[in-house]
Ligand binder design. Structure first.
Ligand code: AMP
Ligand code: ZN
Ligand code: ZN
Length: 305
């Protein structure tokens, strides 16, 4: 029988990459302490800063919001309803329930009203849903945070997400993407600071926290994420992790400590979009161009009178 490292009682969880076991209470304590340490290590934000947590209703982002709340940070939630049928409805409900139980503020944004639903956009655009969906989520969280005076946007990206992206960027030597891959993206030029306080936690560790902290989250994945290449990269990394626990954390942290400082970020000239004012490299930003295509498509499909 494994014993809790802290109190010697029967352990409920064992973390192979840290070679450490905890009872329920001390796992929660360890998790919260590690979130706080990560926020401090990367100078993400302080106790007085207003934080907007982008929540999807899944285990990672709700665990993040819960941890920030318990640690005494000033954190409101932001949920984007992507209009993906029952999946989006269930996710919104999970976020609302979470916020209500704790007396927290949740902002809900409806993509269908602002642009179109993800399924409708998928019909229109000849590319994977994840590519425009990610773009839209970044655009609207940034815009909303700016308009409402939030200092920073926090997302629930975990170690599995970050190492999958890192592996993919390394496989194709995307030097520019590599130079910008960081748990903190600074504010400036129309962007609010973006942070990922859960980068040191695996998906499993977040699921364990959510379970032990009794967070009711949506388990199903987005139906449009099926077949995304990141899933293959995650599988591959998990195989390596199983053979040698700690591989993912080492891969990621050593990249940040040893490799990233050697990379120079390419300077891209940004200017305000001529239609919406958000930062872009061209004349009109990609979201405004997407909106134009939506408007054109709905014009051509509406019956002529
Ligand atoms: P994903 O790209 O689905 O792995 O999500 C990565 C992070 O983006 C999550 O941890 C959330 O912080 C944020 N996020 C994902 N979906 C939504 C959503 N519908 N509304 C707001 N934030 C989201
Ligand atoms: Zn214990
Ligand atoms: Zn624009």
């Amino acid at each position: 029988m494994r014993k809790c490292y802290k109190c010697g009682q029967k352990a409920t969880v064992y973390l192979p990459q840290h070679r450490i076991a905890f009872c329920k209470e001390h796992y929660i304590e360890w998790y919260l302490k590690r979130v706080e340490e990560t926020i401090k290590e990367f100078r993400m934000f302080g106790k007085g800063d207003r934080v907007l947590v982008a929540v999807s209703g899944g285990k990672d982002s709700l665990s993040l919001w819960d941890a920030l709340y318990r640690l005494g940070y000033d954190a409101d939630g932001f949920y984007i309803n992507l209009g993906i049928g029952e999946y989006s409805k269930r996710s919104q409900l999970a976020c609302e329930k979470f916020a209500n139980q704790r007396g927290l503020v949740l902002h809900v944004f409806e993509l269908e009203k602002a642009v179109a639903s993800v399924p409708a956009l998928k019909e229109l655009e000849n590319r994977p849903a994840c590519s425009f969906c990610g773009q839209l989520k970044r655009y609207y969280t940034n815009k909303f945070a700016k308009e409402r005076g939030y200092k920073v946007v926090a997302t629930g990206h975990n170690l599995d997400d970050e190492t999958a992206v890192l592996l993919s960027n390394v496989l194709s030597w995307q030097m520019d993407y590599l130079s910008r891959q960081s748990p903190v993206l600074s504010e400036g030029e129309g962007f609010v600071r973006r942070v990922k306080p859960l980068v040191k936690f695996s998906e499993k560790e977040n699921a364990l926290y959510a379970f032990l902290a009794k967070i009711e989250y949506v388990e199903e994945e987005c139906p449009f994420a099926e077949g995304a290449s990141s899933i293959e990269h995650k599988k591959l990394l998990s195989l390596l992790e199983e053979k040698s626990p700690g591989t993912k954390l080492r891969f990621y942290m050593d990249f940040l400590r040893r490799m990233r400082p050697m990379l120079k970020a390419e300077q891209v000239a940004l200017r305000p979009c001529s239609l919406c004012g958000e930062p872009t490299t061209g004349e009109v930003c990609s979201v405004c161009r997407l909106k134009e295509r939506v408007a054109k498509a709905s014009l051509s499909s509406s019956p002529s009178s």
